[in-house]
Ligand binder design. Structure first.
Ligand SMILES: Nc1ncnc2c1ncn2[C@@H]1O[C@H](COP(=O)(O)OP(=O)(O)O)[C@@H](O)[C@H]1O
Ligand code: SF4
Ligand SMILES: [Mg+2]
Length: 354
């Protein structure tokens, strides 16, 4: 494995109490593979990624993150800075916060290169032009001398990708890289990342709140909620054989091709506070299948039979996978047999019974 994160726990002491942002997260990314990390806002995706690359300040951290065999969580600041940029490239949501407004785009790419490699300014500039061409900026030899504000939002995100790729990293962490872009540009940037991965062979961790983004990109998907992993699966199993009600809830809130005009069903309710989160399954207050046990005992991640790598942190019987009215009816029966009183519908919505 290129990156292997085990039992990552991250919390922030605040005046209101300890924010338990990441609560025992483990995952692995193979060389050249794409891991999609998906969950609603506040589920701990960014804190997970930022902790791995040493960018969380003031946090209490435990666990390990082996990258090419070395534990990133044990590295000094200087060592991490060396790894970041050269071996791990990072793309954030908002390129304006990462690109300096006062410096030409090309100059910033040159600096990124020269921070890690002893090359002449002329050579760095040659590579900056080449990189801008690689990420699809038209007339790169001319645009290299533009300032960030002269680029469109999509072009700025391409420039960020150029910087992330400047030193040929083996891993790129992209945190909501297209969230600030309109839908057409979003699709172009994702297409670009896919093409670059095919050409350059780097692994990608693609973080998003939108399951649709990774639909034709991720090899594996990890669903996060309230600082925990809810489900892991191959892309195929995640879309066609999901187990966790949170996953089916996210799928239910996606626009379905072929079902245009059908009302989307958002998951009712809000994620729990991460200051003193309640016991049991973190999803139970929103779950249409919640059983008495769910409120008391935290469901561990268990292996779904017959599907390597497919795990789910839910007390429902593990063989009940799928995304259909029939499977939901079976889930409902299983939940009632365990004492559940809520009525689940196919959409995952819930009506409490009197
Ligand atoms: N520096 C910080 N101090 C306190 N709480 C934080 C800090 N950074 C993040 N959090 C909290 O940690 C939780 C997870 O945040 P984050 O990882 O950014 O979520 P996501 O990326 O999934 O939207 C949130 O409740 C957020 O408010
Ligand atoms: S059935 Fe229980 S364990 Fe599974 S998601 Fe719902 S509340 Fe959590
Ligand atoms: Mg985030």
């Amino acid at each position: 494995m290129l990156l292997e994160v085990k039992d990552l726990v991250v919390s922030f002491p605040t005046p209101d109490g300890l924010v338990e942002a990441v609560r025992g997260v483990s995952f692995a990314v193979g060389a050249g593979k794409t891991l999609g990390v998906v969950g609603e806002s506040g589920s701990g995706k960014s804190v997970t990624a930022q902790t791995v690359i040493g960018l969380t300040r003031g946090a209490r951290v435990s666990g390990s993150a082996l990258f090419e065999g070395r534990d990133l969580l044990k590295m000094s600041r200087d060592q991490l800075r060396q790894v970041r940029g050269s071996k791990i490239g990072v793309v954030f949501q908002d390129p304006l916060s990462s690109l300096h407004p006062f410096y030409k785009v090309g100059w910033q790419i040159e600096e990124a290169i020269r921070a890690h490699e002893k090359v002449s300014r002329a050579e760095a500039r040659r590579r900056a032009v080449e990189l801008l061409g690689l990420v699809g900026i038209p007339h790169p030899a001319r645009r290299v001398d533009d300032y960030p504000h002269q680029f469109s939002g999509g072009m700025r995100q391409r420039a960020m990708i150029a910087i992330a790729l400047a030193l040929n990293p083996s891993l790129v962490i992209a945190d909501e890289p297209t969230t600030a872009l309109d839908v057409t540009v979003q699709a172009q940037v994702l297409e670009l990342m896919k093409r670059l991965q095919a050409e350059l062979g780097m692994a990608i961790i693609m973080i998003t709140h939108d399951l649709g983004i990774i639909a034709d990109m991720a090899d594996e998907v990890m669903i996060m909620y309230a600082g925990k992993v809810m489900e892991t699966a191959s892309r195929h199993d995640l879309y066609y054989e999901p187990h966790h009600p949170y996953t089916t809830g996210l799928l239910g809130s996606l626009p379905q091709s072929g079902h245009e005009g059908e009302r989307l069903v958002p998951i009712p309710g809000q994620p729990p506070s991460l200051i003193g989160p309640p016991p049991g399954c973190p999803f139970w207050p929103r779950c249409g299948f919640a059983m008495p046990k769910c409120r008391l005992e935290v469901p561990p991640l268990r292996a779904v039979p017959g599907a390597p790598g497919h795990t789910s942190a839910c007390w429902l019987p593990l063989e009940l996978t799928g995304y259909s009215v029939e499977v939901d009816a079976a889930r409902h029966l299983a939940a009632v047999a365990e004492g559940a009183t809520a009525v689940a519908t196919a959409s995952g919505a819930e009506e409490a019974q009197p």
